[in-house]
Design a protein around this ligand. Sequence first.
Ligand SMILES: Nc1ncnc2c1ncn2[C@@H]1O[C@H](COP(=O)(O)OP(=O)(O)O)[C@@H](O)[C@H]1O
Ligand SMILES: [Mg+2]
Length: 301
Amino acid sequence: MSEDPNFVVELKGLTKQYGAMVALDSLNLDVIKGEILGYLGPNGSGKTTTIRLMLGLIKPTSGSVHIFGRDALIEKAAVHASLAYVPGEANLWPALTGIETLHLLAKVHGSVDETYRKQLIKRFELEPNKKVRTYSKGNKQKITLIAALASRAELLILDEPTSGLDPLMEQVFRETAAEARDRGQTIFLSSHILEEVEALCNRIAVLRSGKLVELGTLEQMRHLSAVTIEASFSSKPPLISHIKGVSNVVIRDKFLTCQVNGPIDELLAVLAQAKPLTLLSREPSLEELFLALYGEKSGKD
Ligand SMILES: Nc1ncnc2c1ncn2[C@@H]1O[C@H](COP(=O)(O)OP(=O)(O)O)[C@@H](O)[C@H]1O
Ligand SMILES: [Mg+2]
């Protein structure tokens, strides 16, 4: 049953076990209409499993998936009509050309914006008349991406869609994803590329060993890591190690760097009193947040 029309995807208590192995553990997650939700996690954390459950390709051990208010397991055809999916590894027909494949995928999907598709072929620099068997992983990825974007589906489910793309094409992907969002489409973007998620996503969900460990905007997640402060002075920098939340203080000649967790007013007051020549504060990048999240906890398990 649909709870809220603003939620395009509603996952409740979603669990998938393979024997004793829990690939996904009681996932509760909503995707809001018009957002790009970044779905981040290291290899094996359960991203693809989540997507396959959303698409009804595998059955959950327990829990439910609703997409556009419909039960994705029961009303599969209706659900699939309003979404497009880009798998991590494209399984295409080797004997068809790129353009033949795009035509076929458009037929399967049932809708295509042909003008936009032409434009996308140009922007992704796809050579459409070559046989798929001659394509690199990146080129196959371009085909499934172009097909998904050209369908103009309301919901795009993308499973690490840029893993085979070079940096230039990664940039084209970011532009087209932002365009889709600006048109009101919703994107579920699984990725392990932090920079991509940081550039594109409204909200970020972080998965670790099948469990959701963080969910929120980048701003909301900043509490996970410290702010870096750098200052320079005309003489010896002030003493700051005693201030609450301050760590990793390094003083070299007239330069000072440190990190601070929580409120920074006390630190700033001490620095200001010493009349700094320069003062710079830097918020943690998503990468630093990730290290804070995974770093000390032994990484793999
Ligand atoms: N068909 C399967 N049988 C057994 N284990 C599986 C199967 N599919 C996935 N897994 C396991 O589930 C976990 C999550 O995998 P996956 O969802 O593919 O992770 P990700 O996409 O984040 O890399 C992994 O440990 C993987 O080995
Ligand atoms: Mg995967």
